[in-house]
Design a protein around this ligand. Structure first.
Ligand code: NDP
Ligand code: 2IT
Length: 447
């Protein structure tokens, strides 16, 4: 036992003891702590500064009530959250998730991950996350609008272009950002740097909608290239059918791969010819329908109930783009049996610790979420830049910057892993590279 490993173990024990009822937060912190000891061995001054005590506790965690009126006239009340995790390198930045499962554990895990993800982008943004246990499914536009207005009435007290800049996540897309922004403007005046993922007519950035999915494929391409492989001709399984999944599928197919699946929380479709992206967009983005509806309009697609990770398929690459812990050890074994040689995460923490261990034992290339899905927040930071200088960049400019950012962050993860003697471990590399910048900033700013 070294001084560094004693320190890490003590931090892990404190988090367990302090937040016993926050399993997702415990899991995210655990995945990080498992890889970070070598940095503390090299930098004992980080132990003295007790950096991990500060990084495993949000700087601020807000919880508030969101009352709103449904279409029948009844008053409903949901929980709202904003966790401002770490501001060492810039204003808090991270999405808002509207999903019935949302609780403090989930928002804290997302905020913790976001801190290191945002650092990896190389841009000056701290980590934050928020959301609500509001379920947008089946709600009318008017209900969504009233909910968003009430949510912002409270959230507006805690955010600002140099303070905290939310964006979308699950259940929060262009429509919700529009309603949130409209309410903010009424309360505090026109300040479009307050949210990212905005519509193009009021300060949004071109390519933000596509950024997470496209970035995932730029990252995956870089990871494959590093290992003497390429995307062209590969068969891919994608989970999810939301913002991240749709643009991951589009970019994968543009780069010459065939994506044979897409899914939602009810079921999945398999189409050996490749998912038809315009039809998927029509069903998901215009009609707000289900994967079952997609199968009804695409003759080559077959619909099945259940999780795509339990399907008996053969493929080369898995891109989980739905939600946390969708892949456990058993499903990871299925992915390996299916012939996959690479997994890259579009969703946040889609693989549980047993799944990660299974990939690593089998020598499957593993691109962890905080690196592989950083393209969304990276383009959000570019949107903040465009808002500050009050102009906008072309699609090609933003997409080109996104590609550079993803390739650079992959290269930085590789270099960090090499420097600390864990070559080829892109999870450790991402954690070390992301942490190192945050740690230096915290040290420089004093105790
Ligand atoms: P969306 O709400 O647009 O889509 C989420 C998709 O995942 C839906 O198809 C949804 O199906 C499906 N899903 C949700 N829960 C489950 C479940 N338990 N089992 C199977 N499928 C499920 O969200 P996003 O695409 O924006 O986000 C997806 C993931 O990517 C999340 O982990 C998010 O945190 C992460 N992410 C998002 C970024 C962004 O910019 N949007 C950036 C980086 C990461 P259903 O309709 O049935 O709920
Ligand atoms: O998980 C994520 O990185 C996001 N949901 C995007 C956050 C953002 O601020 O664009």
């Amino acid at each position: 036992m070294t001084q560094a490993s004693d320190y890490i173990n003590a931090v892990a024990a404190t988090v367990k003891q302090r937040d016993p009822n926050q399993p997702e937060f415990q899991e995210a912190v655990g995945n990080f702590l498992k890889t970070i000891t070598p940095v503390f061995e090299k930098h004992p001054e980080y132990i003295k500064a007790n950096l991990l005590a500060r990084l495993t506790e949000p700087e601020r965690a807000l919880q508030f009530q969101v009352p709103w009126q449904d279409d029948s006239g009844k008053m409903q009340v949901n929980r709202g959250f904003r966790v401002q995790f770490n501001s060492a390198i810039g204003p808090y930045k991270g999405g808002l998730r509207f999903h019935p499962s949302v609780n403090l554990s989930i928002i804290k895990f997302l905020g913790f991950e976001q801190t290191f993800k945002n650092s990896l982008t190389g841009l000056p943004i701290g980590g934050g996350k928020g959301g609500s246990d509001f379920n947008p499914k089946g709600k009318s536009d008017a209900e969504i609008m009233r909910f968003c207005q009430s949510f912002m009435l409270e959230l507006s007290k805690y955010i600002g272009p140099d303070m905290d800049v939310p964006a979308g996540d699950m259940g929060v897309g262009g429509r919700e950002i529009g309603y949130l922004y409209g309410m903010y403007k009424r309360l505090k005046g026109s300040q479009n740097g307050i949210l990212t993922g905005k519509g193009l007519t009021y300060g949004g950035s071109l390519a933000r909608t596509e950024a997470t999915g496209y970035g995932l494929l730029y990252y995956t391409s870089a990871m494959l290239k590093e290992n003497g492989k390429e995307l062209a001709g590969k068969k891919i399984v994608v989970s999810g059918a939301g913002n991240v999944a749709i643009y991951a599928i589009q970019k994968a197919q543009e780069l010459g791969a065939t994506v044979i699946t897409a899914s939602d929380s009810n079921g999945y479709v398999v189409d050996p010819n490749g998912i038809d992206v315009p039809k998927l967009q029509q069903i998901k983005e215009v009609q707000r329908g289900r994967m079952k509806d997609y199968a009804a309009i695409v003759p080559t697609a077959e619909y099945h109930e259940g999780s795509v990770w339990d399907a008996d398929l053969q493929y080369d690459i898995a891109l989980p783009c739905a939600t946390q812990n969708e892949i456990d050890g058993k499903r990871a074994a299925g992915i390996i049996k299916a012939g996959a040689f690479a997994v890259a995460e579009g969703a946040n923490m889609p693989s549980n610790p047993e799944a990660i261990a299974a990939y690593q034992d089998a020598g499957v290339l593993y691109g962890p979420a905080k690196a592989a899905n950083a393209g969304g927040v990276a383009v959000s930071a570019l949107e903040m830049g465009q808002n500050s200088r009050r102009n906008s960049d072309s699609f090609a400019t933003v997409d080109g910057e996104l590609k550079d950012i993803m390739e650079t962050l992959f290269a930085n993860s590789v270099a960090a892993a090499d420097e600390y003697g864990v070559s080829g471990d892109y999870l450790a590399g991402a954690n070390i590279a992301g942490f190192s910048k945050v740690a230096e900033a915290m040290m420089a700013q004093g105790w």
